[in-house]
Design a protein around this ligand. Sequence first.
Ligand SMILES: [Zn+2]
Length: 149
Amino acid sequence: MSRIRARGNERTELAFARMLRAARLTGWRRHLTILLKGLRPGTAIASDGTRFLPKVRPDFVFPSAQLAVFVDGCFWHGCPRCYRSPKTQSAFWRTKVARNRERDIFQTRALRQRGWRVLRVRECALSVRRSPATLRRISKALGATATSA
Ligand SMILES: [Zn+2]
């Protein structure tokens, strides 16, 4: 299962990287680890008791803009547009996807509290039809930093 997940992520991230290159957006790095220092006790624990790691590895980081981008697969992250519960083991998947979403929220919040700008891009936002709007979101986030610097 971990292999399926890794492959799915990779496909999504490669599609995003292609989109950035086509738009000539530079200054990004993949898989930079950001340590979440000074987490308050209790803030990093999911509702099922799972402890979130005090570090985050966004899919893409624009270090100079302090922008972190997560490219979320629609299944794993429970996209409200696309997610359909599998017919078998649906309780298992519901729990798993719910925990992923909790972790997404935790990581987004923890990064924002530390001064990061965070964008979460869903897999379905990489379609030909929707990618122009997605690129505008990225450019806007990058531009916002440039003007405030
Ligand atoms: Zn979706």
